[in-house]
Design a protein around this ligand. Sequence first.
Ligand code: NAP
Length: 482
Amino acid sequence: MNKLLDKKTLRKFLIINGENVETESYSPLYSPYSGELIAEIAMGDEAATKKAIAAAFEAKKVIGNMPAYERAEILENVVRILKERTDEIAEIISTEAAKPIVFAKAEVARTVETYKFAAEEAKRIHGETLPFDAASGGVGRIGYTLREPLGVIGAITPFNFPLNLVAHKLGPAIAAGNTVVLKPASQTPLSSLFIAEVFAEAGLPAGVLNVVTGPGGVVGEALIEDERVNMITFTGSPSVGIGIRNKAGLKKTTLELGSNSALIIDKDVEISEIIDRCTMGAFSNQGQVCISLQRVYVHEDLYEEFTGKFVEATKKLKLGDPLDPETYISSLISKKELERTLSWIEETKQSEAVVLTGGKARDNILEPTIIANADHCLKVSCQEVFAPIVIVNKVKSVEEAIDYVNDSRFGLQAGIYTNNVKNALYATKNLHVGGVIVNDIPTFRVDHMPYGGVKESGTGREGIKYAIEEMTEMKLVVWNQG
Ligand code: NAP
């Protein structure tokens, strides 16, 4: 029997100050693929969230006084334990998120790297010395800056990378000497509870990391409103993110939000060499990736060849049980999401767009879907689709493609395949996004690079070093030597 289905471990509690904390109510957690009950999750409320904040507030002294090498050691221990327990956590991710096990294992491998980067960066947090005598009034002074932890960080995370996107909050926060109250997505709390257990085993003092499961509207609001919380770091949908920003006032916020990421294919590209990357970019994790490949703009000279080969490769992808190692595509996170995406596909059928492959549900799994000639007003083009749906449109030039890419509320990452240096340089200058990827898909990400968006894709950057900058504040020290 799946370990998750063991009755004794079915009930999951809040973790506050190193203790399991019961709540008045519990909510059943079902597998999005099989519909099986996999756990009963404690529903934190405002009072429980305040208790977690109080624990985190108290623990500031403990982590704040801990030397960098000890914080790095704890993060190194997390790396070691995660490596030892890879199969177990991959199965948890796969079960709670319907993420095909090959991608769940890849997520664990990336998470190991993320915590490794955090362990390394913990030892590199420093300020700079200042030449005070550059100002006539500064002669006789010496000074420097320090980077100090912010204090208590409220971390709110999404369902789609329930281990690694949590690592992008916990890794830099703890490396920099902050404490955390983590509110994971309601569909994927098990990965967060697992990592809290790993941190405790790794030697993290009680109260530094607290996990409050429960409804976003309740737990999230309590975190945003509490004055003891110094920063909200949020990854999730633009609508929730914008709401948080509006309520946060002067509280620091980092928002990692959604997108409708695009790829440009220039006329001189060898199509057969890029098909695997495009398939992965559009369909891995059922397209539920913030930088999933959603829009492709192909030069008219290569359009027929690209669509033909892309459709052929897509038809070979295996749909099924996320725990089957052969599965490439499984269920979306909920039935509601399946219905939404089917209705968006239906909208395209009322237009001049053509569904080249997919477009239907097979049991509860949406087939990987390619849509040609989609008008930019259609939802599958201008909104974030967050599903295995990609549009492919014909363009006459790279300039025209860039105009389409920029005609978006979002701007996370964009890709361009080209062998023409002038076109590549033109694209890097003119694409209005957080990151331009030359000769790869916009879905490219490794965990130390600066990552974040412009426009409604968010504010602030992740990538451990950059997140540490967001999670620390500068203090100036000036000595009068006179
Ligand atoms: P979501 O619905 O916005 O939820 C994200 C988190 O916010 C969850 O923990 C959710 O809790 C919580 N939440 C909901 N309402 C809230 C409120 N009023 N106040 C505070 N917190 C609240 O997003 P999702 O469906 O989990 O994730 C998909 C979205 O995340 C997509 O838009 C995707 O592009 C984006 N994303 C962005 C990045 C990036 O780095 N830019 C990475 C991954 C995903 P509940 O689950 O309890 O509702």
